[in-house]
Design a protein around this ligand. Structure first.
Ligand code: HPA
Length: 238
């Protein structure tokens, strides 16, 4: 039994949805899982649930925020038998054409944080999604026709409150479409353990060139998350 996920092998399904927020984990189980799901972890408030989605086994596990916290959870999920991790979170949008509630699929995640490199044991490294999963999710999103979907490189930042107001403009110049704080860690854990992973995020704020932030309303966020979750659940069990 791992230290932070107090569960046994078999308590989690091989396919695991990974939100940062424990309340989101509960919402996902309540709203998207079939009847009969159960709690498999509550250690440190890192709520985890296992059940089925459209009849297929699935779990959802809270990761907390940032690479160090989420890295512990991703590693322990692998110890417990996870074979596919699908991050379902929020992100700051960097593109002019992005709207609140849009979905982002991160095909790669640049780490502005040492933790993924430390795990990769490399001086440089490109954390990357599993292509077939990204392809499946993008296809499902096109079919679904809900929120607009943006597929591209994202930034995994180590600081939410960046003292430099120009950081986002520089990452945007380098082709990045969104900023979040966990995907690079998940891609690195998945790579070293030879499992699959994909990060999908709802745009919860739009980041201006000058560091200004515009934040989503609760209603817009719920609509965006619901659109993304259906696609994430289908991709996770595909
Ligand atoms: N920065 C980092 N992570 C985030 C953001 C952001 O602006 N929005 C949602 N997750």
């Amino acid at each position: 039994m791992p230290i932070h996920l107090r569960a046994e092998s078999g308590d989690y399904a091989p396919n695991v949805l990974c939100p940062g927020d424990p309340r989101r984990a509960t919402y996902i189980a309540e709203t998207f899982f079939d009847e009969g799901w159960r709690c498999v972890n509550d250690e440190r408030g890192l709520l985890g649930y296992t059940g089925t989605f459209e009849g297929r086994p699935i779990s959802v596990q809270t990761t907390g925020m940032g690479c160090p916290s989420s890295g512990i959870v991703f590693e322990e999920l692998v110890m417990l038998g996870a074979r596919r991790l699908v991050r379902v979170g929020t992100c700051g949008g960097l593109l002019d054409e992005m709207r609140m509630g849009d979905t982002v699929i991160g095909i790669s995640a640049t780490a502005e944080d040492e933790t993924p490199l430390r795990l990769a044991q490399m001086d440089s490294y490109a954390p990357t999604a599993t292509f077939t999963l990204a392809e499946t999710a993008a296809g499902l999103a096109r079919e679904h026709g809900g929120a607009a979907v943006h597929v591209g490189p994202i930034l995994t930042s180590g600081v939410f409150y960046d003292p430099d107001p120009n950081t986002f403009a520089r990452w945007k110049r380098a082709g990045h479409v969104a900023v979040e704080m966990e995907a690079a860690m998940m891609y690195t854990v998945a790579a070293v353990h030879r499992i699959e992973s994909l990060a999908m995020m709802t745009v919860s704020d739009i980041l201006g060139e000058d560091g200004a932030t515009e934040r989503i309303s609760d209603d817009e966020l719920k609509r965006g998350v619901d659109d993304m979750m259906l696609i994430a659940c289908r991709a996770a069990v595909s």
